[in-house]
Every structure is written in C-alpha cells, then in structure tokens.
Design a protein around this ligand. Structure first.
Ligand code: CDP
Ligand code: CDP
Length: 222
C-alpha cells in the first residue's frame, strides 16, 4: 500500500508543530517532528564532547536509535522532549543541522518512517527534500515579533525565565542560518500553499488545512 503525507515547513514559532500535531490527530496520522531529531543529535554531540564544527563528528548517528511515540521523540530509549529545549541545544542546533552527513542520515530516517505510515511531518525541508511527493505541502509564516511573543508565552508558562529580546535574537539568528545554508535550506516548495498565521488562531489554520486535504482526497487526486 502507498502511504499519504502532509509536509509542513516554515521558520521557528510559525506554529508548525502545534498545527501539525492537531491535524495528525484529526486524520489519525502519525505526527513526526523532524526538528526534534536535529535537536537530539545536537544534545548527543554536546554530551559526547565532539567537535560541532566538523561534519565528520557525527558518525555516532549510525548507532543512534530514534523512535517516535505519541508524537514525542525517544533517542536511545530516552524521551527527548524536555532535554531538547535547553539553551545549549538551541544555540548549536542550526550549526549541526547545516552538516551534509547529518542531514543525509536524518532525511533517510524520516523517509523510512513515511514509507511505513501516513504522516504529518514538520520541519524546514520536508516539502522540498524529504517528502517531495507529499499530497499536501504547507509553508507557515508569521512576523518575527509575533513568533517571538508566542515562544515567550510558551516558555513563561513552562516556568522558564528568558527575555523577549533574547528569544527574538535566537529566532532571527536561526532563521538566517537555516535559510542561507547551502545544503537543503529552509525554503517554500513551489507547490506549497503559504499561510501567514500572524492573525490566525490555531483552530482556524487546522480547519483550513483539514478541509483542503479532504478536498484533495475526495477529488481523487490521491
Ligand atoms: O521549534 P522550532 O521551530 O524552534 O525549531 P525546530 O523545529 O525544533 O528545529 C530546530 C532547528 O533544527 C532549526 O532551527 C533548524 O536549524 C533545524 N531543522 C532543520 O534544519 N531541518 C528540519 N527539517 C527541522 C529542523
Ligand atoms: O513548531 P513551530 O516552532 O513552528 O511553532 P509552535 O511551537 O507550533 O508554536 C509556537 C507557539 O505559538 C505555541 O505556543 C503555539 O500554541 C502558538 N501559536 C499561536 O498562538 N497561534 C498560531 N496560529 C500558531 C501557534
């Protein structure tokens, strides 16, 4: 049987994971957060103390186990949800994600998951590289101010003390790094629909995408 895929890309804080998760739930599809895999790789590299600048430092990925359970990533049996959100990981993840061997390895793991499950997958290169065949491709955006404010509220609610200014700086730095790297940069796929979520609430976007996807299914485009 062939499996269906929805690809959701965009910059940090655009609403990708929240929207992808809800859409996956509505469709009973598997939600895959590819950012979590890049973050977990960074976490492991930091723990091992390898040289993060050297693309050859990441051969440990060949003996690293990634499993998604209920939308959460487990690396070598450990739930990475909290560990992935440290400042040290955020500061280094875009550098790690720029290395060709890292991207090739994680992309092939992501493609393997999509060969065996109906997926809603979010990231930076899902529509352009990982799932070029996806039945629906979405590119979510929002202004930097709105995205930083959302992250700020999210972290504040989780008890984290961080200034809005620091969040804005982190978002701008990662956006720049992710969209200017030479290999598989953050980019809208030509056939993706673009939605600016700045003034939209989450439900509104999920409903819009759900209807759009069901229409594609009903029109027999699948
Ligand atoms: O949640 P947030 O949008 O802040 O980031 P994330 O989705 O957890 O991704 C963290 C970082 O991983 C991004 O800033 C990119 O550097 C990298 N990433 C990537 O290069 N390609 C992907 N498909 C997903 C994430
Ligand atoms: O995955 P990504 O970094 O693109 O963003 P997210 O983690 O899904 O969303 C960041 C925060 O913005 C979350 O707390 C969402 O609940 C919130 N959000 C929102 O308030 N309105 C939207 N339209 C989208 C996201």
């Amino acid at each position: 049987m062939s499996y269906h895929a929805i690809a959701i890309d965009g910059p940090a804080g655009a609403g990708k994971s929240t929207i992808a998760k809800l859409l996956a739930k509505k469709l009973n599809y598997t939600y895959i957060d590819t950012g979590a895999m890049y973050r977990a790789t960074t976490y492991k590299a930091l723990n091992l103390g390898v040289d993060l600048i050297d693309p050859e430092s990441f051969s440990f990925l060949n003996i690293t186990d990634f499993v998604f359970k209920n939308g959460e990533l487990y690396m070598d049996g450990t739930n990475m949800t909290k560990l992935n959100r440290s400042k040290e990981v955020a500061d280094n993840v875009s550098l790690v994600a720029s290395h060709i061997p890292v991207r090739n390895k994680l992309v092939s793991l992501q493609q393997e998951i999509a060969e065996n499950n109906h997926v809603v997958m979010d990231g930076r290169d899902i529509g352009t590289v990982v799932l070029t065949h996806a039945q629906l491709k979405v590119f979510l955006t929002a202004s930097v101010k709105v995205r930083a404010k959302r992250r700020y509220e999210e972290l504040k609610n989780a008890g984290r003390i961080i200034t809005l200014e620091d969040i804005e700086k982190d978002i701008e730095r990662r956006d720049k790094y992710d969209s200017t790297r030479s290999y598989n940069p953050l980019r809208k796929a030509q056939d993706a629909i673009e939605i600016d979520t700045s003034d939209k609430d989450i439900r509104e976007v999920v409903d819009l995408l759900y209807k759009k996807y069901i229409k594609i299914v009903n029109e027999g485009e699948l």
